[in-house]
Design a protein around this ligand. Structure first.
Ligand code: BEZ
Length: 213
């Protein structure tokens, strides 16, 4: 399977998970999705990652995002490990973990990088929009836990682009000025961005974040 690229339709699959069988596209429904892999159950960095994701449930819900994790471990292993995550991270895992023992999904999404490790999945992230298009891919090594605040920040940016036709500049954070997309003409700006705008260069036009009061 070739690497999945931005704009591709996220491949569909049916797989067993800690919340029963999942048909990925049906399970996503009309929502945004995050599919993320972790190298192995009962490992320290993964334990902190999944605990963190559980604690961010409200943040994902606010953004209309469903989250699903995956590794090539089996269902019994996942279920046992979830108890450890709940105990050690002071949370309750509230999203499904796919048990991809036959590596079907890992191969479909190119999550095993054999020159890094031929048995475990790397730390992949796929953000998928409600049209099932892949909007972001990330690959982290096993030894580096991901920054889930950054993932929320990217989802905010993607949703601003999808719903308000703005992009976000370097190191943007919620509340900062946004960049008017180059596809928007100056004539369209007053109607589309009634809060006003500042033209620094003809190609660099800023506007207050459109979805805030
Ligand atoms: C971890 O989750 O701690 C981990 C997993 C695989 C390799 C290294 C670290």
């Amino acid at each position: 399977m070739a690497a999945i690229r931005l704009g591709d339709t996220a491949p569909n699959f049916t797989a067993q998970s800690t919340e029963g069988s999942i048909n990925f596209h049906d399970w996503l429904g009309e929502k945004w999705g995050i599919l993320f892999s972790h190298p192995a159950d009962y490992t320290p960095v993964c334990t902190t990652e999944l605990g963190t994701v559980a604690k961010y449930k409200d943040e994902f819900e606010k953004r209309n995002v469903k989250v699903v994790a995956l590794s090539v471990d089996g269902l019994d292993s996942h279920n046992g490990w979830v108890k450890d995550i709940n105990e050690t991270q002071n949370t309750t895992v509230n999203f499904p973990l796919i048990a991809d023992e036959d590596r079907k999904v890992a191969e479909l999404y190119d999550m095993i990088h054999p020159n890094s490790d031929d048995k475990m999945t790397v730390r992949s992230v796929f953000v998928i929009d409600p049209d099932k298009k892949v909007k972001l891919t990330l690959t982290y090594p096993a030894s580096t836990g991901r920054n889930f605040d950054e993932l929320l920040r990217v989802i905010d940016s993607l949703q601003l682009t999808a719903y308000h036709k703005v992009a976000t500049p370097a190191n943007w954070n919620n509340g900062d000025p946004c960049v008017i997309a180059p596809s928007i003409t100056n004539e369209q700006i007053p109607d589309m961005f009634p809060k006003g705008h500042k033209e620094i260069k003809p190609y660099l036009r800023l506007t207050p974040q459109p979805n805030l009061d």
